[in-house]
Design a protein around this ligand. Structure first.
Ligand code: SF4
Length: 170
């Protein structure tokens, strides 16, 4: 599918985290019209139809977005209920957050030494993550040993400019 220059420019105004999805939607609509080139009118038409989804709304900007990284090994035995209970009730390490706070990501480190944290933090940053919690299972010495790679993981996240909080429900 080809794109006219001004159509591409307009596409660039759509927030990055929904742009790929918007591009696919626009191309599908253009294909249905029997065309093989996207014009500015096609993009404008899509923005009118799906405007709410494609524009960054003010509420979204005010929301504090958090994510939790946890231990891959522990995740085999733990469904994460403790983390979510603490968040939902704003307890322990989540007690400072107000109602305008959302968990936007909950992921495992990918196994020692935390091999997928780097990539997933990149991805979360595209969605505006503000804070990443290191789950309590990475920090405690009960049942499973404390994560030996915790310092490297913490520093790597902080270097990317995302605030790190140690712990979730303990
Ligand atoms: S890097 Fe740490 S958190 Fe990840 S699997 Fe190894 S011990 Fe668990």
């Amino acid at each position: 599918m080809e794109w006219e220059k001004d159509a591409e420019k307009e596409l660039g105004k759509i927030p990055e985290h929904v742009r790929k999805m918007a591009k696919m939607g626009i191309e599908t609509a253009v294909e249905k019209k029997g065309k093989n080139c996207v014009t500015l009118d096609d993009v404008t038409e899509a923005m009118v139809r799906f405007g709410g989804l494609m524009q960054e709304d003010e509420t979204d900007k005010k929301t504090t977005k958090i994510a939790i990284v946890r231990c891959e090994t522990v995740s085999e035995a733990c469904p994460g209920v403790g983390c979510f209970k603490a968040f939902n009730k704003r307890k322990v390490k989540f007690s400072e957050y107000g109602p305008d706070t959302e968990i936007i990501g909950y992921f495992t480190c990918g196994g020692c030494p935390g091999r997928r944290v780097y990539r997933l933090v990149d991805s979360l940053q595209k969605h505006g993550v503000d804070v990443i919690h290191l789950s309590s299972c990475m920090l405690m010495d009960t049942g499973y040993p404390k994560c030996p790679h915790i310092d490297g993981i913490r520093q790597m996240i902080a270097k990317k400019g995302v605030k790190v909080v140690e712990g979730t429900h303990h």
